[in-house]
Design a protein around this ligand. Sequence first.
Ligand code: CP
Ligand code: NVA
Length: 305
Amino acid sequence: MMKHYLQFSDLTADEYAWIFERARIIKARFKQYEKYQPLTDRTLALIFEKASTRTRVSFEAGMYQLGGSVVHLTTGDSQLGRSEPIEDSARVISRMTDIVMIRTFEQTKIEVFAAHSRVPVINGLTNEYHPCQILADIFTFIEHRGPITGKKVAWVGDGNNMANTWLQAADILDFTVHLSTPRGYEVDQRLAGVKNNACYQTFKDPSEACVGVDLVTTDVWTSMGYEAENEARRAAFASWRVSNDMMARAQPNALFMHCLPAHRGEEVDADVIDGPQSVVWDEAENRLHVQKALMEYLLLGRVTD
Ligand code: CP
Ligand code: NVA
């Protein structure tokens, strides 16, 4: 049966275990310069309605490395920007390509696209979710510290697409998120799509959220599409900057992650993101490896070669 990857909850813990193991194997082969091209003659359509560096490079390079090719579309250079219905775009694009990645605004857009697509659709970020990033983040945690089950993750900042997706991941993979967001920027549990609210605790004080955790993570104060709120957000988020004082409250071997792009001196101090506990460059690189494993899984299922 065809599967889409529109939010983190679209896959089970068992499927994640499979994908993380495949990502490990695919990464190891890549590091050995071993060719692995199971997607020869397959085409990935990349549709961007928002800016991107990591998502574009990782999907594009990843698909070529797997033997396939890529078509890149943006709102400005396609009929998407001239109001062609999403349903029609999905019907057409999915007759010509084998898999589609979309970065857009509302989650409903990607859901409508998927409902009219003949091929798997991957969420490359919406206002609500960023599942490919959390896939990379958890793979990075596992590489550095082993299984994430039972661990604690502090989220310091906006109740945004990243925060929602961390909560979904905690629910599915059985870890706990310590959530600290300024008043007015809380996570909406219903929107986050969390079934079991025991997977997270909320903290007014971001430093308290960091006590005893295994990972501290944050994101920009203003996500793409919310730029008009920039000034209000700067004021509201002033105390939600990850500092060395906050890191000192966490476990001594706690990691720091940020999906990037980062603003040093806003959501994180430079000596944290550039410091010894930060794994942000591994985290960014791992987008490539986990998404190759994800595309392999969505197109070929559980391959074992
Ligand atoms: N983290 C992330 O998705 O980065 P880009 O916006 O550069 O794709
Ligand atoms: N929350 C950020 C993530 C960017 C990768 C945004 O949506 O802009």
